[in-house]
Design a binder for this molecule. Sequence first.
Ligand code: CA
Length: 422
Amino acid sequence: MLVPGTRLEDPPVTHPLRSVLVIALLAIAAPAAADGPGDRYLQLVSPSQSIQTAIDRAAEGGWVLVLPGTYRETADATNGLNITRGLHLVGLSTPKKKVVLENSGSQRNGIVAVPAAHTDCMSCHASMAPPFDLLPGVDASAISAQPAIYDLSISGITIKNFTNNGLFTRNVDGFQFIDVHSVGNKNYGIFPTESKNGLIAHSSATGADDSGIWVETSENVSAIYNLVEGNVNGFEVSNSDDVLLAHNVVRGNTVGMAILFLPDIFEERPDTQRITIRNNHVHDNNKPNTARPGSILSTVPSGTGILHLGVDDSLITKNVVENNDFIGIGVVDYCLVVSGGPFDCGVDPEISDGFLLDQAASNNRISENVVVNNGTNVDPANPFFFAASDLALLTLGENGNCYEGNLFATFFSTLGILPPCP
Ligand SMILES: [Ca+2]
């Protein structure tokens, strides 16, 4: 389990299958557990049974082991599975037989892990789908003061075809999502919010019309050895701090990695700082933008490898970024790139004074990347077509951003140069 405050730096992640099989055998051999809700330490679920029933019976920190097969859970019309306390949900997937959680009808989310206050207050919400908008007049402080879920692990599960999200968390402290695969979940695939001390590894996300893996309003999260493919944003990190993205393959998205400081969630978390992006292969992110028309995301041009928007104190290093039609690595001030459009900082009511003070991209180091064959096929209708290049810097000042040791062919800079690192 992750200990709060520690930082996993490329840990030797092992598939939990072997140890889990031992536990499963023990479970089968063990005498029947007591029957009350919330007191079972170990359960084994087969395809004729309900995973939700086992989750509801699981003790805090208990293990729910799921045999391979396709599961369509029907206890909740909105979410496939609801988790309200820390536990280990382990799909016993093998390379040939997977554990698949599929939409059983018109469910909006695959797995939702939020403290019980959300679900206990059904009548407080305009919608029980994330982000759990409250009805007018409901006091949000009671729900935001809820205790967290501690130590949640989910592994070995494919989550398919939910209308909104694959795996959503809010207010989880200590999470590990390993070998979790989001397929065709339309908004966000793997989506931790207001969560911390987490690891997402050996997982994948494909087919989201927004972000495949989105780390939002969270801190101390590592995402390593994942594949994100065929989404609008492959990865998105927004208003989050101390995030590591390493050893991921990011291909075939509209934007490979969108690292963002955003105004509309500024109230929830007013920073995006200390993001480390290294040793990733970010290539061929040229998918047409299929985001919801009218959303800010729908205005983002296709063809960017790494977009670093308004973010500070971060490191982009040792990545291979190639064959993205518009920009390889773009470091940009927020207000500069939205100027003149519907989200112009002088027009958008979401823009606060606090956000304006921090909207520039500052103190970022871009070093030792291989950034080639980007910006060679820009859409002439793209309003920033002139910035098409391997390395693009669109900032109004130097702001401490610097470049060192990159291999690249073309650049664009509003400063005329790419400032060298001191
Ligand atoms: Ca900033």
